[in-house]
Design a protein around this ligand. Sequence first.
Ligand code: AHR
Length: 658
Amino acid sequence: MKYSLLIGCILVGMASMSRAQESSISLNVQVDKPGAAISPILNGIFFEDINFAADGGLYPERLKNRSFEFEDPMMGWRKTERGGVVGGFGLSEDRPLSPNNPHFLRVLIEQPGGGMVLTNEGFRGIGVKQGAKYTFSVYVRAMNAPGAAGGQSPQSITVELQGANNRAIAEPQSVTGFTTEWKKYSCTVEPTTTEPKAKLAVVFKGAGTLDVDMLSLYPDETFNNRPNGLRPDLAQLLKDLKPGFMRFPGGCIVEGRVLDQRYQWKTTIGDVNDRKLIMNRWNVEFAAPRNAPDYYQSFGLGFFEYFQLCEDIGAKPLPILNCGMSCQFNLGELQPMDQLDPYIQDVLDLIEFANGPADSAWGAKRAAMGHPQPFGLTMVGIGNEQWGPQYVERYEKFAKTIKAKYPRVQLVSGAGPDPSGASFDFAWKELKRLNADIIDEHFYRPPEFFYANVNRYDKYDRNGPKVFAGEFAAHTRPVKKNNWEAALAEAALMTGLERNGDIVQLASYAPLFAHVDAWQWNPNLIWFDNLRSFGTPNYYVQKLFSANRGSKILPVKLGDGQKIYACASLNETGSELILKVVNADSAAHDIRVNLGGAGNIQKTAQIQVLSSSDLQTENTLDEPTRLSPVESTIDNAGANFSHSFPGYSLSIVRLTIK
Ligand code: AHR
């Protein structure tokens, strides 16, 4: 037994020796010369409400236009009748439920019959699951309460869930007992079948006049069981990324097409009834078929929920606020310099909302929403991807005031939409002069750019501002796709981000989410329909880097002339060496790994490999993990060992230092 084991070892040893002799590429890691610390929050996520990422996505409200506030107040709703006499039906603003959302529906039924029906189409349908529970709720006010003088017959509202061909797919449920005051009524709907594109029919019965507002069909199951909580599968995909930070809520939606339509966080907190809905700027940004006339922001997912999500997934919050400029791709409207105070005050108040004691003015609002403890905000973004002197002068004014009150809060500034060129250089020069903390760079570029920029940050001034690679994605040609070609190029670049993890503080792919039936922008990290979701190959690249983030950079030297990219790091305790290798060549390559000054390396190492010989490989709703990491072990690890890295692959090797 012992003898055969010995023979086995010799054979393995000989095999790896002969492989080593064949190796043309060497990868030298100086384990005894650890460099700077890698940002502990380097890999994160960037959430923007684009592609129906919020309403219709992460925010799981099933009814579209629940408060009749869209520009066409009946968008998403259809009215039909089942007999009886409907004497009136229309929008009203008479003593609304909330002055912030002034419209509601007034229904007058003169003679009861089968009822008047209002059907909601949901967000490209209503996704429901058999066995799950959904709470239907509605605010109702009766103009004449039953029993009151001049009162009418009892009125009720029945909800019917309909599948294909209007087939009932849940027992109808009713609410009744309305009074002359606005009050919330609810019942539970339990689908008998799973249906991705159901409809909800709301049937008004009995004679009389009813005012209704804020109709809702909300899943009982939410991520972490939060009230007004998030869609579990999508939030879990975020959590699985182990993000160091989350940037929110945009992107261009922070800016607005005009300043009046900018994102204003104060209108997104508190009771959902009071959150003031606005049109989503991606509604009209692109021509058909990428326009989305029914794209609005209900702000059911507002700043409190964003902070709470950050906490739930272990990500540091990075809110971005408008800097007094609307989107420069649109009007580029400017708030005059001498009228910036309300914008700056929004930042100061946000810091207090997130961090202030529960008895401070804004901290009290957080506490009233159920979170007396601070959220621990350490970073705020001033503007999105603005550019030019107008941005610099505004940033300077914001920075002066904010730093005077909160010197330890780091400010993220923007370098514009391009990763090079005159306005990029201008931004860097000026922001450096102003001692900016972190500068946000964006690059949506073809895969070649990613390979060409692997060493981009090697020469950045270590004494200047830090970098936020805030929005990046490789855009393949002729069609932009979430395929392996794009993801592999991103992986190559990310070796450069981690090797420079001292200066690159934060990095995030963009955009994050897209609804398969309602997207405006492509490619995106995570795709979903009304019930299912999947991570793209790009998602798994992000996940591998984030979940295997090291803590100290190790110097790496690669043999020249090959399409190999690598970075190495030590974990926090120094007990593990994490090697990330990208083979961007179609052929497998034997690589001779030399771990200089490593001491004892355990023979068995963990390896996770993401690879496909076909660069066109994509994941889909039906094959969500077609390309996903495969885990195994290496049994010949040591201070010097050879390993064959497959063609077109990203490999993460975790070696134990004894
Ligand atoms: O990620 C999509 C858009 O790209 C963002 O809103 C904007 O910042 C950038 O132009």
